[in-house]
Every structure is written in structure tokens, then in C-alpha cells.
Design a protein around this ligand. Sequence first.
Ligand code: CP3
Length: 359
Amino acid sequence: MNILDAESDRSNRLLRALMRMPVDMTPVWLMRQAGRYLPEYRALRAQAGSFMNLCQTPELACEVTIQPIRRYPLDAAILFSDILTVPDAMGLGLSFVEGEGPRFAQPVRDRHDIARLRAPDPFASLRYVLDTVGRVRRELAGLCPLIGFSGSPWTLATYMVEGQASDDFRRVKGLLFSDPAALSDLLSVLVDAVTAYLNAQIEAGAQAVMIFDTWGGSLAAHHFLRYSRDPMAAVVAGLNRSRDGVTVPVVVFTKGGGSWLPALAETGCDALGIDWMTSLAAARAATAGRVALQGNLDPMALYAPPARLKAEVEAVLADFGEGSGHVFNLGHGVRPDVDPAQVGVCIDAVHAVSRRPLR
Ligand code: CP3
């Protein structure tokens, strides 16, 4: 039997909602649901020594992926890894500096650096990610689906050119203005890299995939389509969107992309991630029911008094309104100092408020 045909429960609520099929209650998962706010994560992270070692040891990465699934009735697991493993596999030398975020030892600065780049073979240099995917699927044993992910070509390019996090994107935009052909070459290698990487995750067992375009919203409106949206559309077009006869839905999330939702729906994705600055009702109107929507509680609501947090959850559900095609999530990730009890309050409220009879 196709998993999508089963009675709606924790094993398929997410996949059904992403396909805009009716569900018994709104499925929920949270960006960064595995991470530093969980004491069990901090313990394993200390044991691993570094974040990269945690990512590169399938046994540990699998355990961290499953930690939040044990603690909460979440409707999906998300692979524990990072978007920057792809540029690392391209030879840029990734490290994480405590309190400062990611760093590349060999950033890509001009057309000469770009000409040397090749899309990595995920079955070789990203084998550890694929091993983690296989291990998580075996361990979950159908309890809930596993989401795989990648950064978008533009978002990966920002880190590769800046060499680290940036608040003004001066270097990568400098490249856009001074040598747009070189930036296009970089994005085209990244389209190949991301497509091969996501297809390898699907082959290894990822049941849905998400493209994180965290910095798409930093682009001027007239640059967004060419440098962020079009490369993502090329990735979506290259994905194997079914495995063993079951659809593998694709989610595209551009943070700050609220004014470009119709253009994002044209990537051919099944669902769009929505940040908290955009109303779900407006997003629904803008996309005219062509895609499912995932979002969009303000991550800061997790610091609110519990009664107020529940009211904010209700407001998000009411904003989406009746009908299928909603996956509850935050508008961005869980912060490291959030109280784990508050995450439980949020997840329980989503299920309690949205429970409905199956048609
Ligand atoms: O969501 C999950 O639970 C799955 C795991 C996941 C991580 N990173 C783990 C992580 C996912 C999906 C990501 C994606 C990611 N990584 C994005 C896109 C989503 C977003 O947040 O916008 C981006 C931009 C990155 C790059 C990145 N990784 C940064 C900027 C940082 C440092 C910032 C910070 O919070 O310290 C990371 C490190 C990182 N990735 C951590 C985790 C749990 C913290 C590392 C630690 O334990 O020290």
C-alpha cells in the first residue's frame, strides 16, 4: 500500500499536507528542532567535540536527528546536518568558530576561483550524510517521515563568496555588479551540486526535501528572479520526485520572500515556506491554492507566557483558515536559549486546536 493512502497519523500527516490532501490534524515540525536548546543535544555535542564531527559521524547525527522525535509528538524528523557541507565538499574548508558561526578557509572571490570549482559527487564526499539518512530511516521505522535538505544556490554562494556570515553581502553583491557572468557560473555549478545532492538524499531515503534560501530576501527585486528563483527552479526541475512509487514533495523557503510568492510557486515546488512577516491568508491568496504552505509562527513567540503562546499558535492556524495544505512551522529556526517546555506547548497546541474529523 502507498503510505499516502493510510489513515492519517504521525507516519504520513506531513506528506499528505504537503500534497494538499486532507489530514486529521495539522502536521507540525520546527526548523532547528534538533539543536542547542535541548540538553540531550548539548551533551552529545560535547561528546563529539565539534559540530562538524557531530555531522560527519552518522551514528551521532542520527541520534541527534531523533532526539526531538522522542521528546515531542512531532510529525517529521529533519536530517541533522548543515547547508554548508556542500561547499565544504567542494574544497572550501568549513569550520565553525565558537560564538561566531561558519568560516571558510578558502572563500571564492573571483572568476579564477570559480573556474576551479566542480560539483562534488555526493556518493563520495558527502557519503556521511547519505549514511545518516539510511540510518535515521531504519531507526524511525515509519514512525514519522524524514525531511532532507540543501541550501539554495544563491544562499550557498553568499557564504562561499563572503567566507562567513554577512549582514550586508557586500562581496557577493560586488561580484554580482562587477562580474555577473562569473556569479552565473558559480550558481550553475551550485545548481548541479544541489540537484545531485538532493537526489542522492532521496535515493538514500529522504521522504521530502526542502531548499533553504535563507538569504534570497537580501536581493533587490529585479535581481531575485535571476540569481535566486531561477537557480532554484532549475534544481526542482532536476529532482527525482518519486521513490518506490511514492511522491517526494519539495519545499522551497525564501526568508524575506513574501512579495515574490507567485514567482516562487513557479519553481514547480509542492510547498512554500513562509516567514512570520507574511500572513498565511495573503500567501494563500497570492498562490491561489497551487502550493501547500509551511509556517509561520514568529520564533520569538516561544518566549511568550504559555497562554499567550497558545493564542499565537491559534492565530497562525486561523490565518491559514479551512482546507488542506498547511504544515505548521516557525517562520525561522528555534533559538538556542528557548525553554524546551515551550516547544512542547507549541506542538501540543497545534494538534489540539487543529484536530478535525477526516472526510
Ligand atoms: O533544522 C534542524 O534541526 C536540522 C539541522 C540544521 C542545521 N542547520 C543544524 C545546525 C539545518 C536544516 C541547518 C540549515 C542551515 N545552516 C541554514 C538554513 C536555515 C537557516 O537557519 O536559515 C543556514 C543559513 C545554515 C548555516 C549555519 N549553520 C550557521 C549560520 C550556523 C551558525 C549559527 C548558529 O546558530 O550558531 C550553523 C551552525 C548550526 N547548524 C548549528 C546547528 C544545530 C549550531 C552548531 C552548534 O551546535 O554549535
